[in-house]
Ligand binder design. Structure first.
Ligand code: DHB
Length: 305
């Protein structure tokens, strides 16, 4: 009733943890068994170690949170040798989010990962700044994304999921560039750039100044973009953005998603992901839907829009 396919990957249910919200190892195990979600997706690992941004790194805003964490991590080498052996085999499927600061870093990470059994997919965090283009995100133009997917694909047979940025001028074009260059799926949306201000101190509330908005506030934006992208590409779309209930999951499937990721909800309820997976069968039964895949892309839009 719940199993879905993302290219060659079989997921036992369509619910995946979202990058950044479930750690870089098994930090979330105290709350959710990593075999519960269809896949456990871990926060970004980069080529070199990174210290991350100054605190405060997270602030609460109406309808969600803002974060600017700065991709702190110990780099792919140490992650693979020190962390991965402890994680391997402990999740139904394991997905790893990766990012580079310049184009040549991405294939280096991919080459180091190679065909590592136990890593079932790589998610490319193309929202991160490209230092070769003055800090503009890789996600900005289809040519950059096309090249990135090609060079990563050359180094690893592991399926690639390209995580799309909501601010890309032509998100459908970026998704197509990912598809045409060998991506297995696209996921969207990443956080929306935003800020919070403390007027008394005249300072931004985040240590970095601005950050990414996530949580229920972004869900309508995400649904609209998932719908738009799903109409443009043939590869599976993974919906992300403010999902906190099983109903939210099914809304994303109807809008065009094959699977979803749950992130910010974990900060309010660390067990949210498990509750969502538990609640799905009853919702489907009550609506007489035999299988989640029967819902994907079934949205009936008024007129030809
Ligand atoms: C980071 C924050 C995000 O919201 C995001 O989407 C990617 C990375 C970070 O600062 O680590």
């Amino acid at each position: 009733m719940l199993d879905v396919r993302i290219g060659p990957i079989e997921l036992k249910n369509p619910v995946i943890s979202a990058s950044g919200c479930y750690g870089q190892a098994l930090e979330s195990e105290a709350f959710v068994d990593a075999h519960v979600p269809g896949a456990l997706l871990l926060k970004t690992i980069t080529l070199h170690p990174r210290a991350g941004n100054p605190p405060p790194r997270i602030v609460e805003v109406a309808g969600g949170i803002l974060n600017s964490i700065g991709l702190p991590n110990k780099g792919i080498e140490r992650w693979l040798t020190e962390t991965f052996p402890k994680v391997r085999g402990h999740a139904s499927k394991l997905f790893l989010n990766i990012a580079g600061e310049r184009t040549d870093e991405w294939p280096k990470i991919a080459a180091r990962i190679g065909a590592t059994p136990g890593i079932d997919a790589l998610e490319l965090n193309i929202s991160c700044p490209n230092v070769e283009q003055g800090g503009l995100p890789f996600a900005r133009d289809p040519e950059t994304v096309a090249r990135l997917v090609r060079v990563v694909k050359n180094e690893t047979p592991i399926p690639l999921i390209v995580k799309l940025a909501p601010e890309s001028p032509d998100i459908g074009g970026i998704a197509l560039a990912a598809q045409e260059n060998g991506a297995t799926a696209v996921s969207l949306i990443n956080t929306i750039r935003a800020m919070a201000v403390d007027w008394r101190s005249r300072k931004p509330k985040l240590g970095y100044g601005f950050g990414g908005l996530s949580g229920p506030a972004v869900k309508p934006v995400a649904l609209r973009l998932v719908h738009e992208v799903a109409r443009r590409v043939k590869i599976p779309v993974i919906g992300i953005g403010g999902i906190a209930t099983a109903d939210d999951v099914l809304e994303f499937l109807v809008a065009g998603a094959t699977a979803v990721q749950v992130g910010t909800a974990a900060f309010r309820d660390p067990r949210a992901l498990a509750t969502i997976v538990d609640d799905l069968p009853k919702l489907l039964r009550d609506a007489e839907v035999a299988h989640v895949r029967d819902l994907t892309g079934t949205l009936r839009m008024p007129g030809a829009r």
